[in-house]
Write a protein that binds this ligand. Structure first.
Ligand code: FUB
Length: 325
């Protein structure tokens, strides 16, 4: 546990953590990370090294208080439809219930997204018996908009399989578009009133450049790779995500939750390690970026640690670039 948190330092060191989704529930800051396993097996581009089996929820009263690890909130053994790889999760609150969204490989080895429910933001969470029909790929992030409508954003390339879902069915041969073709966008789906199902199917989000043209697949400094997150600031929707191969966090904005979004800039420069993955949250009167790197393991990609930084906006609504250290 950390007695006092410092920006750009691991918030916990007793376990490896990654993919932090931060929310304010019941006046506290709750963080829903992946729980990286401590193993020394080799890495590959399919992400097989990310063998996570369970989730722990972390919380803090404020940045001067210890981080509390609430213990195991959900384990793959308790999810009937899942076989392995419990990747980046998120949580939401509606109707007096806490909802926990998580990706995992199904019994056929394809990534799907499941939901579990609980009475406390700290868990434990009871999973639904099946994955959410119409879900695929990874990295769910849920926004409950001001009117109460829930939206789930998801998707990730390579190990996350998004390029294999360009039609209605899984295509094991699916590839990323050619470098001069529009890049694949993250998906967004409206959630049903009870937050347990996808309402009407998922649609692809368009991310455009300043001239209104789609970002191209070869534009690896700007195109979507994984880890979508949407927050609202001054009534504008901000879609932020990881660029994967170029290791940045970037963002785009829109007047509507489903887009189209216009690319605006970079939030975080590359960190130690291949992946980074983030969330943005307002806590009291300030905004914070939660992200991860691999500094706790001296750069081992699957032994990561969650960190945070204060996030600042310029007068025109653009986000100031954060340096990892
Ligand atoms: O933690 C496993 C995967 O690595 C996540 O789902 C991605 O966003 C990347 O952080």
């Amino acid at each position: 546990m950390s007695p006092q948190l410092k920006q750009h330092r691991p918030i916990v060191t007793h376990i490896y953590t990654a993919d932090p989704s931060a929310h304010v529930f019941e006046g506290k800051l709750y963080i829903y990370p992946s729980h990286d396993l401590d193993h020394d097996e080799p890495s590959n581009d399919n992400g097989d090294q990310y063998k996570m089996e369970d989730y722990h929820v972390l919380s803090l009263e404020d940045f001067d208080s210890p981080v509390v690890d609430h213990g195991e909130a959900l384990h793959v053994r308790d999810v009937p439809w899942a076989s392995k790889q419990m990747w980046a999760p998120d949580a939401a609150f509606k109707n007096g219930t806490y909802y926990f969204y998580f990706p995992a490989r199904d019994l056929e080895g394809n990534f799907r997204i499941g939901v579990a429910t609980g009475a406390s933001p700290a868990g434990p969470f009871q999973p639904e018996p099946n994955y959410m029909e119409g879900s695929f790929s990874i990295d769910p992030a849920v926004l409950v908009d001001d009117d109460g409508q829930g939206y789930m954003y998801f998707g990730g390339l390579w190990g996350g399989q998004l390029e294999k879902w360009q039609g209605d069915v899984f295509d094991p041969e699916g590839k990323e578009p050619a470098v001069d073709a529009p890049a694949l966008g993250p998906r967004v789906a409206r959630l049903s009133e009870d937050m347990l199902t996808i309402d009407g199917g998922a649609q692809e989000i368009a991310i455009l450049d300043e001239q209104g043209q789609p970002l191209l697949s070869g534009d690896e400094d700007r195109r979507f790779f994984e880890g979508a997150w949407v927050h609202k600031y001054n009534g504008l929707y901000y879609l932020s995500y990881s660029t994967g191969t170029t290791h940045k966090l970037v963002y785009a904005t829109s007047q509507a939750p489903q887009g189209p979004y216009t690319f605006r800039g970079t939030i975080l420069e590359p960190v130690i390690g291949w992946t980074t993955h983030h969330s943005i949250v307002q806590f009291r009167d300030k905004w914070y970026l939660f992200y991860h790197d691999s500094s706790l393991s001296d750069g081992v990609n699957h032994k990561r640690c969650v960190k945070y930084s204060e996030l600042q906006y310029n007068e025109d609504g653009t986000i100031r670039l954060v340096q990892p250290d």
